[in-house]
Design a binder for this molecule. Structure first.
Ligand code: GRF
Length: 198
């Protein structure tokens, strides 16, 4: 019986997307959550991962100062110890360099809270509201060195409602993220690469 694909998940905060992915892998039996790593020891997602029985690790970025490549080399070493086949970035608030991206080329996914290619980077909901957009949403894409720019694997549209603030739009989009990411991961593991949109 061949081993299930092993998935390492990188977080920085509450890890609600990570929780949905871990629960979906455990329920669906299509992959093994092999590691949840945070760059912040205070990340709330660490306790959630441990409660789900997933190995956790912390690699703080502060000791590396501005040396992104040095952090990425340490991150690569720690993550590779879990022998992952796929990396899922789930609210991982670090800009990664090719030091970490290249070894996982074509095997690393990220969720971004906008309908890419619109609004790469931060403050996506503020920008969508400021632009008067009627539709917002989220995107799961493969990670390449260019920020938020890799091949799109899935998108979910979310209507903007009158009076929306960035906070309540973010909350509405987050619910869509929780539906989209597990669907995309299942398809990715099954070898699907055509984008799914809903
Ligand atoms: C999500 O909105 C995600 O799109 C963005 O950061 C947030 C992470 O939330 N990258 P969580 O840590 O998964 O709850």
């Amino acid at each position: 019986m061949s081993e299930l694909p092993r998935v390492a998940l990188l977080i920085s905060g509450g890890g609600s997307n990570m929780v949905r992915l871990v629960e979906d892998m455990q329920a669906g039996g299509y992959a093994t959550p092999a590691l949840v790593l945070a760059n912040d020891p205070q990340a709330g997602g660490l306790a959630k991962a441990a409660a789900l029985g997933v190995e956790t690790a912390v690699l703080e970025h502060k000791p590396f100062g501005r040396d992104r490549e040095a952090y990425d080399a340490a991150l690569l070493s720690r993550v590779q110890a879990a022998a992952p086949d796929i990396i899922c970035l789930a609210g991982f608030m670090r800009i990664l360099t090719p030091v970490f991206i290249a070894p996982f080329n074509g095997r690393m996914l990220n969720i971004h809270p906008s309908l890419l290619p619109k609004y790469t980077g931060l403050h996506t909901h503020d920008r969508a509201l400021a632009a008067g957009d009627q539709v917002a949403g989220c995107t799961v894409h493969q990670v390449i060195p260019e920020l938020d720019a890799g091949p799109i694997l899935g998108q979910a549209q979310v209507p903007v409602q009158a009076g929306d603030t960035p906070e309540n739009l973010a909350a509405r989009v987050l619910k869509a993220e929780h539906l989209l990411y597990p669907v995309v991961l299942r398809r990715f593991v099954a070898g699907e690469r055509t984008p799914i949109r809903f």
